[in-house]
Design a protein around this ligand. Structure first.
Ligand code: GDP
Length: 453
């Protein structure tokens, strides 16, 4: 998302590397470059002005630090200020003391509200909640159906004003009355003891008074604990005026940035928290229901500054990895047993569960220099390796040394690939095996990782 901004900032910091003290002129030049990078990324002008003023002031006032060189100091200041404009603290969802917690979604049409409803419902369900989705978007003919589809994928019930829909049959919801549907939906959640209810509302292509009034009426009718304003991070400079209009018209409690996976400039998204004074609470990063994250301002700042978002990476890894498998693997390696191709296959499959490799690699520190390779990374590589290993016999997987020329040809044929592909895999595997042996023989991580210090 913030690739070009990231690259520009990295280039700016690179110019400072190896410098002793920074003169006022150096700092001014740096601040100028930062300003240009932010403006080019579509960050709103007033936000840029305040940001650069703060950075300049702090850089000029920075004490000579023993721990940080001047370049690092500037990076730290920019990091702190980025965290600040992104809202400072992570803001968790506020749950009602007396359930159900009522969450209302608002935003323009196409912002990603309906998709978000499913994502949020799934995430809450995984945390042990029992969400109900309410289809109060009666503007688009398709919206109710779309929410039902999303609800089904998330495995949560939906309350929709459709005759014959079982969850709505005991209501008086009138088609065409979104306020009534919203109110009845919340009533249904209370009656059926759902502890969270998520109300999807209608959007329009642009701000209009009728839309705003309807959202405000729904808000008054259901008195939500949270009103989440969903905004497409790719809409550019319009983000600020749209967000301001909704802040005034509906008065939301938090922001959700959607489509953060896009490659637009995205800087407008960086302005929203500052301009509206409301926290960014979630980020939507793709069309799948699992492409959803809690928004952490500090982690996002690190990602933008290419310091990596290792925490999010670890959290996702923890979610995807099968603890039992991992333990078995660790015990095996520690016991000096050989790491086999079957283990390798299990690892690859677990890696795949993490989702897109590109997305994962993008969260690692220092990846800006490798952006091109990452962009060119072919997600199908994992499938190819998997096919090769699956084309081997169990004996071959346990002991690849027996894989001679004719076996290589057979494996390649079985996987529909070339012998060169088999050779490449076996070479890479031999290296991984060697690394595992070093680790199990007490040498620690190669290159002096945690075990080797
Ligand atoms: P709504 O009109 O606000 O309810 O928006 P929808 O949920 O229908 O989303 C509009 C379109 O954007 C759909 O095609 C979604 O699949 C897509 N979409 C929603 N969220 C994301 C996201 O985070 N990333 C991407 N790439 N697409 C998204």
């Amino acid at each position: 998302m913030f690739n070009s901004l990231s690259d520009r900032l990295a280039a700016t910091f690179k110019n400072l590397r190896g410098r002793g003290r920074l003169s006022e002129a150096d700092i001014d030049a740096t601040v100028r470059e930062i300003r240009r990078a932010l403006l080019d990324a579509d960050v709103a002008v007033p936000v840029v002005r305040e940001f650069t003023r703060a950075v300049r002031e702090r850089a000029l006032g920075a004490e000579v630090s023993a721990a940080l060189n001047p370049a690092q100091q500037v990076v730290k200041i920019v990091n702190d200020e980025l965290v600040e404009i992104l809202g400072g603290q992570t803001r968790p969802l506020s749950l009602a003391k007396n359930p159900p917690t009522v969450i209302m979604l608002a935003g323009l049409q196409g912002a990603g509200k309906t998709t978000l409803a499913g994502k949020l419902a799934l995430a809450l369900k995984e945390q042990g909640h029992t969400p109900l989705l309410v289809a109060a978007d009666l503007q688009r003919p398709n919206a109710v159906t779309q929410l039902s589809v999303v609800a089904e994928r998330a495995g949560v019930p939906v309350f929709a004003p459709h005759p014959g829909n079982t969850s709505a049959e005991d209501t008086d919801a009138v088609i065409g009355d979104p306020v009534g549907v919203a109110r009845d939906g919340v009533g249904e959640a209370r009656a059926k003891q759902h502890d969270v209810v998520i109300v999807d509302t209608a959007g329009r292509l642009g701000i209009d008074q009728v839309l705003m009034q309807q959202a405000a009426d729904i808000r008054t009718a259901i008195d939500p604990d949270e009103v989440l304003f969903v905004i497409d991070a790719m809409i550019g400079q319009d983000a600020v005026s749209t967000a301001s209009a909704f802040a005034e018209g509906v008065d939301f409690t938090g922001v959700v940035l959607s489509k953060l996976d896009g490659d637009a400039r995205g800087g407008a998204a960086l302005s929203v928290a500052k301009v509206t004074g409301r926290p960014i609470m979630f980020a939507s990063t793709g069309e799948k229901l699992t492409d959803f994250e809690v928004f952490h301002p500090d982690r996002m700042a690190s990602r933008i500054l290419d310091m990596g978002d290792v925490l999010t990476l670890i959290e996702q890894a923890e979610k995807a990895f099968d603890a039992e498998e991992a333990e078995k693997m660790a015990a095996k390696v520690a016991g000096g047993e050989d790491f086999t191709l079957s283990d390798f296959l299990v690892q690859m499959q677990q890696m795949k569960k993490l989702g897109s490799m590109k997305k994962m690699l993008g969260m690692m520190p220092g990846m800006a220099q490798m952006r091109e390779q990452i962009e060119n990374f072919d997600e199908r590589e994992v499938d190819r390796v998997q096919a090769l290993i699956q084309s081997m016999t169990p004996a071959e997987r346990d002991n690849p040394k027996i894989i001679n020329g004719s076996r290589r040809a057979r494996i390649a044929r079985g996987a529909g690939q070339t012998t060169a592909a088999v050779n490449g895999l076996l070479d890479r595997f031999a290296q991984a095996q060697k690394m595992m042996r070093q680790m199990s023989s007490g040498g620690g991580m190669p290159g002096g990782g945690p075990g080797g210090m």
